[in-house]
Ligand binder design. Structure first.
Ligand code: AMP
Length: 396
C-alpha cells in the first residue's frame, strides 16, 4: 500500500481529498471536530517535509449549487486554530482564481477549497471536473475514508490524472489495515456483534462474515425479525416482514458453517417507544401485544458477555438496544464493557459504523478498544467484501 510516508513532499504541492464533513449547528459552529482532527497527521507530514497542501472536501448534501450554511469557510477557520497557521480559502473549487491561489501557495502553506458538492459534477464523477481539480496539485492523496465507497470526481475519478503520483493518506491507510486485521486471518474465536435497527442493512455483512466468524451475536431491533421468523410472538417490536425468509436462510447457513448464533432469549420491553415508557422483561418469543422489545434482557446480557469476553477477535457494528434511552441501554453498555475486557485480555477489537461508535463514545471507551473506525458506509462495504472505488483508484 503506497502511503504518504513513501514519498518526500519537499517543494511539492499535495492535493489531498479529506473528509471534513463535520456536524455544524445553526450558527455554523463545528459541534464535533473528530473528522477534521483525523486528517491532521497527513497534513502535518506534507508540511514537515517542506511541501504545501491543497485540501478538498464535501460538507453535507447541498441540493442545488452553493448554500451558505454548507460552506467550508468555518472549517478553514477551525483548521487554522488546530494547525496554528493561517489556512487560506478558495471560494471556488476550480477556475483561474483558484488556480492562482494554488500556484502562489508557498511551501508550508495550506489552502482549503469550498464544498466540492456545490458542483453537481462531483457526485456525478465528471471527468472534466476531476481534470480541472487535478491541476491544483502535483501529487494526489486520498485520506477520505468516509467517502471511499463513492466513485466521485475527487475521490476516485481524479486519480487517473496522477498515474504515478497518487498515495493513501495516513488515516485511510490505518482504516484499511485495521479492516484487514479482522477480515484476513483473524485469530479464533472470532465474534461479530451485529445490532442496530434493521436487518435489511446488515444482511450482506452477515452473509460475508459467516465464512470467517465463530460466533454471531445478534441484538437490536433486527433481532426481532429473526425471532418472528422462528415462530415467536414479538408484539409491537420492530420487524421487517420482507426479510423473514432471508433471516431463516441466514440461520440455516450459519448452522451449516458451524457458526454459533446468539439471539436474545429474553428482552427488555416497553409499552411505547419513549424514554419514559413502562419497562419490563420477558422471553423474546413471547412479547405481549402492545409491548415492544427495546433491549436484550438480563439472561441474554450474561450469555453475550461470556461469549464476547472469550473471543480473540471482535467486530462490533450496531447497538444491542435503544441505548439512547437510559432505561434500555444495559445491553449495549454491557456489551461495550465486555469488548473492553476482552481487549484488555489480548483480543483485537474493531468497532465501526454509526451508532456502535456513538455507544463507545457515550461510555468513553474509545481508547479501550483496539480500533474505532471513522467510516460508516465505507466500512460496511469493506466488511461486505466489496471493493471501494476510492481504494481501487489509488491501487491501480
Ligand atoms: P443502525 O443505524 O441500523 O445501526 O441502528 C441504530 C439504531 O437502532 C439506534 O438508534 C437504536 O436506538 C436503534 N435500535 C436498537 N435496538 C432497537 C430496538 N430494539 N427497537 C428499535 N430501535 C432499536
Amino acid at each position: 500500500m503506497k502511503t504518504v510516508n513513501d514519498i518526500d513532499f519537499k517543494g511539492k504541492k499535495a492535493l489531498i481529498r479529506v473528509d471534513f464533513n463535520a456536524p455544524l449547528d445553526e450558527s455554523q459552529t463545528i459541534t464535533d471536530d473528530t473528522r477534521i482532527r483525523a486528517a491532521i497527521p497527513t497534513i502535518k507530514k506534507v508540511l514537515a517535509d517542506g511541501g504545501s497542501v491543497v485540501l478538498m472536501s464535501h460538507l453535507g448534501r447541498p441540493k442545488k449549487g452553493p448554500e451558505e450554511k454548507l460552506s467550508l469557510k468555518p472549517v478553514a477557520n477551525h483548521l487554522s486554530k488546530i494547525l496554528d497557521l493561517e489556512v487560506k480559502f478558495a471560494s471556488n473549487c476550480i477556475g483561474s482564481s483558484t488556480e492562482n491561489l494554488a500556484n502562489n501557495l508557498k511551501n508550508g502553506e495550506v489552502l482549503l477549497l469550498e464544498n466540492l458538492r456545490f458542483y453537481k459534477e462531483e457526485t456525478a464523477g465528471d471527468v472534466a471536473f476531476a481534470k480541472s481539480l487535478s491541476v491544483l496539485g502535483d501529487i494526489y492523496v486520498n485520506d477520505a475514508f468516509g467517502t471511499a465507497h463513492r466513485a466521485h470526481a475527487s475521490t476516485a475519478i481524479i486519480a487517473q490524472f496522477f498515474p504515478n503520483q497518487k498515495f493513501f493518506g495516513l488515516l485511510m491507510a490505518r482504516e484499511l489495515e485495521n479492516v484487514e486485521l479482522v477480515m484476513k486471518n483473524p485469530k479464533s474465536p472470532f465474534t461479530a456483534i451485529i445490532g442496530g435497527a434493521k436487518v435489511s442493512s446488515k444482511i450482506s455483512i452477515i452473509e460475508n462474515l459467516l465464512d470467517k466468524i465463530d460466533n454471531l451475536v445478534i441484538g437490536g431491533g433486527m433481532a426481532y425479525t429473526f425471532i418472528k421468523a422462528q415462530g415467536g410472538t414479538i408484539g409491537n417490536s420492530l420487524v421487517e416482514d420482507d426479510y423473514l425468509e432471508m433471516a431463516l436462510r441466514v440461520l440455516k447457513l450459519a448452522e451449516e458453517k458451524n457458526v454459533h448464533i446468539l439471539l436474545p432469549e429474553d428482552s427488555a420491553i416497553a409499552n411505547e417507544f419513549s424514554p419514559n415508557a413502562d419497562h419490563s422483561e420477558c422471553a423474546t418469543k413471547n412479547i405481549p401485544d402492545g409491548w415492544m422489545g427495546m433491549d436484550i434482557g438480563t439472561d441474554a446480557i450474561e450469555k453475550y458477555k461470556t461469549c464476547i469476553e472469550n473471543s480473540q477477535t471482535i467486530l462490533w457494528n450496531g447497538p444491542m438496544g435503544v441505548f439512547e434511552f437510559d432505561k434500555f441501554e444495559a445491553g449495549t453498555k454491557q456489551a461495550a464493557f465486555a469488548v473492553v475486557r476482552a481487549t484488555e485480555k489480548g483480543a483485537y477489537s474493531l468497532v465501526g459504523g454509526g451508532d456502535s461508535v456513538a455507544a463507545v463514545n457515550k461510555y468513553d471507551l474509545k481508547d479501550h478498544v483496539s480500533y474505532v473506525s471513522t467510516g460508516g458506509g465505507a466500512l460496511l462495504e469493506l466488511i461486505e467484501g466489496k471493493e471501494l472505488p476510492g481504494v481501487v483508484a489509488i491501487m491501480s
